[in-house]
Design a protein around this ligand. Structure first.
Ligand SMILES: [Zn+2]
Length: 626
C-alpha cells in the first residue's frame, strides 16, 4: 500500500511488511532480511505468522497512512493481537510508526522489534550513523572497529543513550528516528569491523511485565544535512516537548547557578570502607579497603588552593558520613566522627565559603544497602515476578534498589539533618540517577513504572533546587534536563575506556549540540599520554575543568593510573584557560561542530555568541577566537 502526501511517499509491502519512506529523491527502506518480530522467553514470533493480517488506509484530520491488524497467533503468542499504524503528519511531514496492543495473550513479551533497521549497506565513509552513546559518536560505515553492544544494552534514558534518538545520513540525505515513548525502549546496533553496513533499530520492552501501551517511533527525513542539522532538529523537538530548559532560565529560578559558572571542580573524599562482603574487597591489600582523611586535611588543602590562586572552585566531597563511601545508603548520617564529625565538616564548608568557593556532597538514593539500619525489603524495587534484584558490587556490600517513590522522602530527611548541623550546601550530587536505567517496582504499596521513576528522580532534584542547592548527578540525560544544573561528567564513550583503546567512531558532541546551554559539564583534564590531552575536549565543548579528581574506585569510571602528573601551578593554569572560556560560553548555544578532517582529528565548534574553538587532536593544538 502506498500513500503520497506533501511530496513524500510512504509504503508498506504487504508480503514482507517492509516500510519504505521516500522524499527529495532519497529512499529509505527497511533492511530486506529483517522480519518484524516479538521475543518471548520460549520462542520468537514473527508478525507474518499471524493467521489474520489486514492492511487498510488510515486517514484522520492530521494525516494519513496505513493501519495493519494482526491476530491469530499460535505458540507463545497465543491470544496476542495488535495493530501498527504508519502515518505521515500533514503539517510537519513527520512519519510515525505506532505499535498498538489490543490483547496481550497469556505470556509475557520480552521485546517487540519493530520497525526494523533501515538498509544502510554502502561501504562509504559519507554514510554514517549517529548514536547518543554518552556525549555522542558518529560511525562511518567503513569504520574499522565493531560496535554491537552498548552500555545498559542501549536502554534509552541511560548512559548508553543520553538522548532517545538515533540517525543515519547517506551523502547528505538523512533520517532522524526519535522514540516518542522512550521509557521502556532501547536501541540495537550492528556495525561489524570495517562495516560495510550499520544497522540501527528500536526495541520496545514491557512495562511492569505488560505491553499494554502504545509505542511510537517517529522519523524525520532531512535533505542536504549533516550531524549538526540532525541535532538541531532534535533540539527543536526538545523545545516543543518542554525539555529544553536553559541555564539562563535555571539561573532566573536559582541565582547561584551563576556562581557555578567559571568554577573549576575538585572531587575528593573522606572515608573509604570496603566491606568484606563486597566484590571490591581486596584481602591482599587492606590499605585499599580502609582509609580515612580528616576533614581538617581537606580544609587545609582548600586554603592551599586559595593561596595558589584558584579563584572559583566547586568541591564534590565523597565519603563524608560515618558509614564511608558507598555504605549504608540511604542512612547516611552523621558526618564521619573519626574525621572530625559535624563541626569539622562545617569548618570545611565555612572555609570554602570564606574563600568564595562552593561546597557540595556526594549522596545516593538508588543503591539500598542491607547494612542500612532502616533497610526494609518492602521498600526495595520488586519485579513483577516478585523477585528483588540484588548484588554486592560496591563498597557497602549487599544491596538492592530503593524504590524511586521513596527517594524524595529520604532526600528530605537527610538534607534536614545536614541543615540542622549548620552546614550550608551549594550543591549536591545524587549518584547514578542520570547514568543507570530507571527502575520499576511492582510492590502494591508503591507501584512505579520506569517513566514514574524518572519523575521521582527529578522530584529529588527539584527539592534540592527549592533549598537553593544546585542538583547534580553522574552523567546527563534528556529526561533530567528540566531540573539538572550540572553533572559529574558527560564524557565521550572512549574516555571511560583505558587510554589507547580503539575508538568506536568519531567522537562528536551530539549532546552538547542539543543541550550545551542547559547544563554545566565538568571535563576530565588528564594528559593521558604524549599525544592525548583531554583538555582539548574540554575546550572544544566549552565545558568546565576538573582541577583534581580522586577516583572513588581505582581504574574505574574513566580514572586510570598512568596519566602524566603535572605541577599544581600548571594544572591551575590549564583550568584557568578552560574556565575562562566556559564563563564566556556557558549560556551560549553550541551552533555547530565542524569536522575539519574527515577522521575527526581536527574539529571546530561555533557558539551562539560568536566564539569559535578549533582543536587539532593530531597536532595537540587549539585556537579560541572570541
Ligand atoms: Zn515501589
Amino acid at each position: 500500500m502506498e500513500i503520497t502526501t506533501n511530496g513524500m511517499q510512504l509504503s508498506i509491502n504487504e508480503s514482507t511488511l517492509g516500510i519504505t519512506m521516500a522524499a527529495n529523491g532519497a529512499v529509505w527502506m527497511t533492511e530486506s532480511s529483517f522480519r518484524p518480530h516479538i521475543a518471548y522467553q520460549e520462542e520468537t514470533v514473527y508478525f507474518d505468522q499471524a493467521a489474520q493480517i489486514r492492511h487498510e488506509r488510515w486517514q484522520t484530520g492530521v494525516g494519513c497512512g496505513v493501519i495493519s491488524h494482526y491476530e491469530g497467533f499460535s505458540g507463545a503468542a497465543q491470544g496476542l493481537s495488535f495493530e501498527t499504524i504508519i502515518w505521515t503528519e500533514t503539517a510537519t511531514g513527520v512519519i510515525r510508526c505506532e505499535w498498538v496492543p489490543l490483547s496481550e495473550g497469556k505470556n509475557t513479551v520480552q521485546a517487540v522489534y519493530w520497525p526494523g533497521p533501515m538498509a544502510f549497506e554502502e561501504p562509504k565513509s559519507s554514510w554514517y550513523t549517529l548514536l547518543n552513546w554518552e556525549q555522542g559518536i558518529r560511525i562511518p560505515n567503513t569504520w574499522p572497529v565493531e560496535t554491537v553492544k552498548l552500555p545498559f544494552n542501549g536502554m534509552l534514558g541511560t548512559a548508553g543513550a543520553y538522548m532517545p534518538w538515533f540517525a543515519q545520513v547517506k551523502d547528505g540525505e538523512g533520517y532522524l528516528a526519535i522514540a516518542e515513548t522512550p521509557w521502556n525502549a532501547g536501541y540495537d546496533i550492528d556495525h561489524p569491523a570495517d562495516g560495510p553496513y550499520t544497522h540501527m533499530s528500536i526495541r520496545w520492552e514491557p512495562s511492569l511485565g505488560h505491553m499494554n501501551d502504545r509505542r511510537v517511533l517517529q522519523y524525520r527525513l532531512l535533505h542536504s544535512c549533516d550531524h549538526n542539522d540532525i541535532c538541531k532538529a532534535y533540539r527543536a523537538y526538545a523545545k516543543e516537548k518542554g525539555l529544553l530548559r536553559t541555564l539562563r532560565e535555571k539561573a532566573a529560578k536559582t541565582p547561584s547557578v551563576d556562581d557555578l559558572i567559571g568554577c573549576c571542580f575538585v572531587h575528593t573524599g573522606i572515608k573509604t570502607k570496603v566491606q568484606p562482603n563486597s566484590d571490591f574487597y581486596d584481602p591482599a591489600a587492606p590499605e585499599k579497603n580502609d582509609h580515612l582523611t580528616p576533614f581538617a586535611v581537606r580544609t587545609a588543602e582548600v586554603k592551599q588552593l586559595h593561596e595558589a590562586g584558584v579563584s572559583k572552585m566547586y568541591l564534590h566531597l565523597d565519603g563524608w558520613a560515618e558509614p564511608g563511601y558507598d555504605n549504608q545508603h540511604p542512612d547516611y548520617s552523621p558526618a564521619c566522627e573519626e574525621a572530625g564529625g559535624w563541626s569539622a565538616m562545617k569548618e570545611l564548608a565555612d572555609t570554602m565559603h570564606a574563600c568564595g568557593y562552593l561546597f557540595g556532597i556526594h549522596d545516593q538514593y538508588r543503591d539500598y544497602y542491607r547494612a542500612a539500619e532502616s533497610f526494609d525489603e518492602n521498600f526495595a524495587c520488586r519485579l513483577p515476578d516478585g523477585s528483588i534484584p540484588e548484588h554486592q558490587r560496591w563498597a557497602g556490600g549487599p544491596q538492592s534498589y530503593l524504590c524511586g517513590t521513596q527517594a524524595p522522602y529520604y532526600v528530605k530527611r537527610n538534607f534536614k539533618a545536614i541543615e540542622e548541623a549548620g552546614i550550608q550546601l551549594d550543591g549536591a550530587y545524587l549518584d547514578v540517577f542520570t547514568c543507570n536505567e530507571g527502575d520499576e517496582c511492582d510492590h502494591p504499596w508503591h507501584r512505579m513504572t520506569r517513566r514514574d521513576c524518572y519523575e521521582y528522580r527529578n522530584t529529588c532534584f527539584e527539592f534540592l533546587l527549592s533549598k537553593n542547592i544546585l542538583p547534580s548527578s553522574e552523567e546527563v540525560n534528556d529526561w533530567a534536563i528540566p531540573s539538572l544544573v550540572f553533572c559529574h561528567y558527560a564524557p565521550y564513550d572512549f574516555m571511560l575506556a583505558a587510554p589507547g583503546s580503539p575508538k568506536h567512531g568519531i567522537a562528536l558532541p551530539l549532546f552538547n549540540l542539543v543541550y550545551h546551554d542547559c547544563v554545566i559539564e565538568p571535563w576530565m583534564m588528564d594528559k593521558v599520554s604524549e599525544d592525548d590531552d583531554y583538555m582539548l575536549y574540554a575546550l572544544l565543548n566549552g565545558g568546565a575543568p576538573y582541577l583534581r579528581r580522586d577516583a572513588a574506585y581505582p581504574n574505574f569510571d574513566g580514572a586510570f593510573d598512568g596519566a602524566e602528573k603535572l605541577q599544581l601551578e600548571e594544572d591551575i593554569q590549564r583550568c584557568r584557560l578552560v574556565s575562562e572560556l566556559h564563563e564566556k560560553v556557558a549560556k551560549a548555544e553550541m551552533l555547530r561542530c565542524e569536522l575539519l578532517a574527515e577522521d575527526g582529528s581536527k574539529q571546530r565548534t561555533i557558539f551562539s555568541d560568536g566564539t569559535r574553538v578549533t582543536v587539532d587532536f593530531a597536532q595537540q593544538t587549539y585556537q579560541v577566537e572570541m
